[in-house]
Design a protein around this ligand. Structure first.
Ligand SMILES: Cc1cc2nc3c(=O)[nH]c(=O)nc-3n(C[C@H](O)[C@H](O)[C@H](O)COP(=O)(O)O)c2cc1C
Length: 331
């Protein structure tokens, strides 16, 4: 009998698969389907910092504003209520989600600035969230803002949230830090209970016919996992925070690799959008078969076996890997 149980953010999970934050998770019937398919926990779609700011100014929807009356950074934000039900609706969604399923529900806030909206984290806690995922997304487009300032902003935000609530906090970050290990270690120190590696950023594209910049969305594929495997394998040796991998997890093989690297859980969105929610049940069955094939009897025993600390040649995660790849192309 394979033991798939794992722990994440102090939550006891029946297996390592979490449905990551995405549009289908706004519908309670989908949350029930995810639970039936075997998801161990669910992250709700994110509520955005800007939505909370607008609500605090007395407006729930951006469309209620005359744009010229808004502060610059709030002028162009779209109405996200259809995606996440808006700042008030989100609390109701959380409440409904908790009643509809028995697996843990993780609320998600997307922001970057440690403003007054942090009180919202308390509301999410009060509304019954089992944990909070903080998706920090800041585009460093201003030439006078330094990397150190941006990192400090992240740390302050995480610290403020962590000290404001009692439920565990996971921090979802992108891969574009020059000193990734240092940032991970400091997030760990300021209280993050989990790190979610990594955000996928959707790059705007150009439409030549209309000469407009258009949003684009391509779902992930398994090769994107490699970036996450490398950093999970490196980071897992020095943080206490649990590591979750998001990005490129599509198959049981991907899941096993993520756990071997040192993650306690993996998250799926693209695979479920591609194949439907029931696919999760198939992946769980495949995972058991795969673990049997490799003689692994529990997730706990597998975890971190291929972290940088445990592999025979730790340099494969650093510059040597680059050189080996180049050599492999030499005839
Ligand atoms: C349409 C769509 C909407 C998403 N919305 C959110 C969101 O609100 N908050 C968030 O943290 N991640 C969001 N994500 C990112 C996913 O949670 C996930 O991290 C990402 O898709 C990488 O995982 P995957 O390779 O399994 O798709 C979204 C992804 C997609 C495709």
């Amino acid at each position: 009998m394979i033991n798939l149980a794992t722990q994440y953010l102090g939550l006891q999970l029946k297996n390592p698969i979490i449905a990551s934050s995405s549009p289908p998770n706004v519908h309670v019937d989908n949350l029930q389907k995810l639970e039936e398919a075997g998801a161990a926990a669910i992250v709700l779609p994110s509520l955005f910092e800007e939505q909370i700011q607008l609500q605090e100014m007395g407006y729930e929807l951006p469309s209620m504003f005359e744009p010229s009356t808004l502060p610059d950074d709030l002028k162009h934000i779209p109405d996200m209520a259809e995606y996440n039900r808006g700042a008030d609706g989100y609390l109701a969604l959380l409440h409904q989600a908790q009643k509809a399923v028995s697996i843990p529900i993780i609320a998600s806030l997307n922001g970057y600035y440690s403003g007054g909206w942090i009180r919202y984290a308390r509301l999410l806690e009060a509304a019954g969230a089992d944990a909070l995922e903080l998706n920090i997304y800041y585009v460093g487009s201003k030439p006078h803002v330094t990397a150190a300032e941006i990192e400090d902003m992240y740390l302050k935000l995480v610290q403020n949230v962590c000290t404001s609530i009692k439920i565990p906090v996971a921090v979802k970050i992108g891969p574009y830090f020059t000193a990734m290990s240092n940032v991970a270690a400091r997030l760990d120190q300021v209280g993050a209970n989990g790190l979610v590696l990594f955000n996928r950023f959707y790059q705007p594209d150009f439409d030549l016919d209309t000469e407009r910049v258009v949003p684009t969305l391509e779902l992930s594929a398994s090769p994107e996992l490699r970036l996450r495997l490398r950093w999970t394998a490196i980071i897992s040796q020095f943080v206490e925070a649990d590591l979750a991998i998001t990005g490129g997890v599509h198959t049981a093989v991907d899941i096993l690799k993520g756990i071997l690297a040192g993650a306690t859980v993996v998250m799926m969105t693209s695979a479920l959008l591609n194949h439907g929610i029931d696919y999760l049940a198939q992946v769980l069955t495949d995972l058991e078969i795969l673990m049997k094939r490799y003689d692994f009897d529990s997730i706990a025993a597998v975890r971190g076996q291929m972290s940088q600390q445990r592999v025979a040649e730790p340099s494969v995660f650093e510059r040597a890997n680059y050189m080996n790849i180049i050599l492999s192309m030499v005839e």
